[in-house]
Ligand binder design. Structure first.
Ligand code: MLT
Ligand code: MN
Length: 308
């Protein structure tokens, strides 16, 4: 299995368009310890030729141009992207589908509620359904991934519900009944497998419960929601009113953080992804980066390649 991190950052990327924080200024100035990052996505392949892209971010066009494995081979129209799988319907997970609108086939896999969000928005009809079939995931069932024509990719996927919430733009509809760690199927994790190896992608997750920990045991590679370092980081930095939990995410540090929750869960490599521009682990010279690494975690970076 080959895995390429297309983007490491949370929604908005790093630096974010409206952020003049010290970290974002450092990223803009070319500081090597503050590497810019695009929005969270990985590509997975069993053969290095045909690729599954997990989540289609607004940065997808730039991500393709940065990674030769995802670029067309000589010829008029083609793409190594055989399938796209979505884990939620937030803007940072789906807007990039609009980049893939030029009539080249791929298979689009998503949970039913994410497909409903796409179906409800006529702009996504530009990704022609007769060329790009929309396929609904069945939770907790292992499925062979195939391209638009039905050819197997050598990858299987098992989608599973993780605690989370409706997309940000749909919170108004939920109103006061909004639950930020509901098990309604708005957010899913994916277990991607070849015959040899297993990778878990859990980049949108509001709570690490016993079921999730059990599922992750024995995996070769875990990509975990690394949105914030502390739950109240955005409030402390004065850039927002929401905690990580309120945003449907976990935080890394402390007794109730992801590092502690997953400490004794047996996985091969553990990598934080979907990292917000306020999270100090984005800075290679931060104490928080050192702490995460000392506890066995890697911090995803754009272009990171992992061969299993
Ligand atoms: C999130 O992960 O919380 C979303 O990306 C928020 C957003 O759409 O900005
Ligand atoms: Mn997001």
């Amino acid at each position: 299995m080959r895995v390429i991190v297309l983007g490491a950052a949370a929604g908005g990327g790093f630096p974010q368009w409206n952020a003049g924080s010290e970290a974002c200024l450092r990223a803009r100035s070319g500081d090597p310890a503050a590497r810019p990052a695009t929005q969270a996505s990985i590509a997975v392949s069993s053969d290095g030729l045909r690729w599954l892209v997990i989540n289609a971010t607004p940065d997808l066009r730039q991500q393709i141009e940065a990674v030769s494995a995802l670029q067309p081979r000589p010829g008029l129209r083609n793409s190594p992207i055989s399938a796209v799988a979505l884990t939620n319907a937030d803007v940072d997970a789906v807007a990039g589908l609009l980049h893939l609108r030029e009539g080249t086939p791929f298979a689009l896999y998503a949970p039913p509620r994410v497909l409903q969000a796409l179906d409800a928005s006529p702009i996504f009809e530009v990704v022609n359904r007769s060329v790009v079939p929309r396929r609904a995931f069945t939770f907790d069932r292992i499925e062979n991934l195939t391209d638009a024509a039905g050819a197997e990719l050598g990858l299987t996927v098992e989608p599973f519900i993780v605690p989370g919430k409706v997309p940000l733009y749909a919170e108004g509809e939920a109103g006061t009944s909004l639950v930020t760690d509901a098990d309604d199927g708005d957010c899913v994790g994916l277990t991607i497998m070849t015959t040899q190896h297993t990778c878990h992608y859990v980049a949108n997750c509001a709570r690490i419960d016993a079921a999730l920990k059990k599922r992750l045991v024995g995996g070769d590679l875990l990509f975990m929601d690394g949105t914030l370092w502390t739950n109240d980081e955005m409030i402390l930095q004065g850039v927002g009113k929401k905690t990580a939990r309120r945003m449907g995410h976990v935080h890394m540090a402390g007794a109730d953080g992801a590092i502690e929750a997953l400490r004794n869960v047996d996985v091969g490599r553990r990598v934080f992804i979907h990292i917000n521009n306020t999270n100090p682990v984005l800075l290679a010279d931060s104490d928080e980066r050192r702490q995460a690494q000392n506890q066995g975690w890697e911090i995803a970076r754009d272009g990171m390649e992992i061969g299993l």
